[in-house]
Write a protein that binds this ligand. Structure first.
Ligand SMILES: Nc1ncnc2c1ncn2[C@@H]1O[C@H](COP(=O)(O)OP(=O)(O)OP(=O)(O)O)[C@@H](O)[C@H]1O
Ligand SMILES: [Mg+2]
Length: 307
């Protein structure tokens, strides 16, 4: 497994052999030519204006480790091109739930999920769907920045693109460079990194490493990015940069962010979902969740009475 969750065997596959999911699959239904992306991918100019996120819908999602049910039948909508924050006390199942969305949960020995996860209208658990396609469409950024340490900045971002071209660099060199530059620009890292592209990823600051990981996930043009406490290892300035980035990125992707930081949820999220003991207590516009929640448990949590 790579840090993005893509499995190494994808390197042996032609892109055409992967089951289309998300944009590729949806394009013909929207009347766009099947081979045309209805939206501009990350180009060298870092264009981010066009809408291209997709909604994610959880229907009675349950997640188990062995027999232990840790996500207990969640129904939840993540709206396209919005940021949804997931909050709740430690151990309530936030990471588990998020890992079910791109089928990372099933990589844990003995773990399985039940229920449905829809990317727009496509069930990511449908047996005909390729899990690799799911993880390209739904990228993930983790708590601890995890660039490939010895790989250069450029190669870190290019890694997923090279896998997609069969590992043989099938796309032209100029095309690859343009996509890497576009992803680095979109991740707010180009100006700092344009003359450091050949340095190893491990040599970057923590905040730069996290933006590099975001660039790496953006390079393959996902529709959704899952972020599990992406700022918890960062200082306030680096955190602010990521938050500004999230605000910009939602123009092109749908974002789900797990956070323990209430101020962060309030700053970045359009909607906030509160979880407790594997269940969804409530979800709503962030402002409402923080100022007039429906459930007293939400109020107690957001005002710091527990958790
Ligand atoms: N690999 C695993 N094997 C068995 N149980 C696990 C595993 N990972 C998590 N759990 C359990 O599942 C429950 C939910 O854990 P999860 O990591 O999803 O919580 P969380 O809300 O993300 O917590 P935190 O805020 O501390 O990150 C916990 O009881 C945890 O102990
Ligand atoms: Mg967690």
């Amino acid at each position: 497994m790579t840090p993005d969750g893509t499995s190494p065997q994808v390197a042996d596959m032609e892109p055409e052999s992967r089951t289309g999911l998300g944009r590729e699959r949806i394009a013909p239904q929207t009347g766009a030519p099947a081979d045309a992306h209805p939206v501009a991918p990350a180009d060298a100019a870092g264009t981010v204006e066009t809408k291209q996120g997709l909604s994610v819908t959880l229907e009675q999602l349950k997640a188990f480790y062995g027999d232990a049910e840790q996500v207990k039948g969640i129904d939840l909508d993540f709206r396209a091109n919005e940021v949804t924050a997931i909050i709740g006390p430690s151990g309530c199942g936030k990471s588990t739930m998020v890992r079910c969305i791109n089928r990372m949960h099933e990589e844990i020995p003995g773990a399985h999920a039940e229920g449905r996860v829809l990317l727009d209208d496509a069930d990511v658990y449908d047996p005909s769907v390729d899990v690799v396609a799911v993880r390209r469409a739904i990228g993930m950024v983790f708590q601890k920045p995890n660039p490939f340490p010895t790989m250069s900045v450029f190669d870190n971002v290019a890694a997923g693109l090279r896998l997609g071209s069969g590992g043989r660099g099938g796309r032209g060199k100029a095309d690859l460079h343009a996509k890497v530059e576009g992803a680095l620009r979109a991740a707010g890292l180009w100006d700092e990194m344009s003359d450091r592209l050949s340095e190893p990823g491990a040599g970057l600051s923590g905040g730069q490493q996290q933006r590099l990981c975001i660039a790496r996930s953006l390079a393959v043009e996902p529709e959704v990015i899952l972020m599990d406490e992406p700022c918890s290892a960062l200082d306030p300035i680096a955190t602010l940069k990521i938050e500004e980035l999230i605000d910009e990125l939602k123009k092109r992707v749908t974002i789900v962010i797990v956070t323990h930081n209430m101020q962060q949820a309030a700053r970045v999220a359009d909607r906030t979902a509160f979880m407790l003991s594997g269940e969804l207590v409530e979800v709503g516009p962030t402002q409402e969740i923080f100022t007039k929640p429906n459930d007293s448990r939400t109020e107690e949590y957001v005002t710091g009475k527990f958790g």
